[in-house]
Design a binder for this molecule. Structure first.
Ligand SMILES: [Zn+2]
Length: 154
């Protein structure tokens, strides 16, 4: 077994910078999801890890939600009550964008001109309806981007 090689793309580093800035500006950060992909054959073991992060911070003067790479930042300032449901819509919306980032990597910027990455309409009381009109990467499409990939050769 040779030394394992680690592939950490530039996009992963830039995403970490965004995550670090969110932390510096006071976000509370949680691990939203993590995808683990293990493939092995007679000669190679490959492990891909792709975490996604949810950051809550008071962004009311700037945006309700945004994302970059595998990091989404959502506005925590919405008051409790009916608007609490809006937070679910914002998180579902941004989480769908993270799936699009995973599938397309930096091509997501180009894809916005060809694919319906944004919802046709935001239903503020229905996260599923909001997300249903956003482009959903087909499962047959292998992701362009994995946060970190470790490969070991025999
Ligand atoms: Zn959006």
């Amino acid at each position: 077994m040779q030394n394992p090689s680690i592939h950490f793309p530039l996009l992963s580093g830039l995403s970490l910078v965004v995550l670090g800035l969110a932390i510096i500006f006071g976000a509370s950060v949680g691990l939203y999801d993590v995808s683990v992909d293990v493939r092995a054959d007679a000669d190679t073991l490959l492990v891909g890890l792709h975490p996604t992060f949810l950051c809550w911070m008071d962004t009311r003067d700037l945006f309700r939600g945004m994302c970059y790479g595998n990091v989404m930042i959502c506005d925590e300032s919405l008051p409790a009550g009916p608007q609490e449901r809006h937070k679910e819509v914002i998180v579902a919306h941004e989480a769908q964008h993270l799936k699009q980032w995973r599938a397309l990597g930096p091509l997501v910027w180009l894809a916005q001109y060809f694919l319906p990455l944004e919802p046709e309409y935001v239903y503020w009381d229905d996260p599923e309806a909001t997300v249903s009109t956003m482009w959903d990467p087909p499962s047959s499409l292998p992701p362009v981007w994995t946060f970190v990939t470790i490969t070991a050769e025999r």
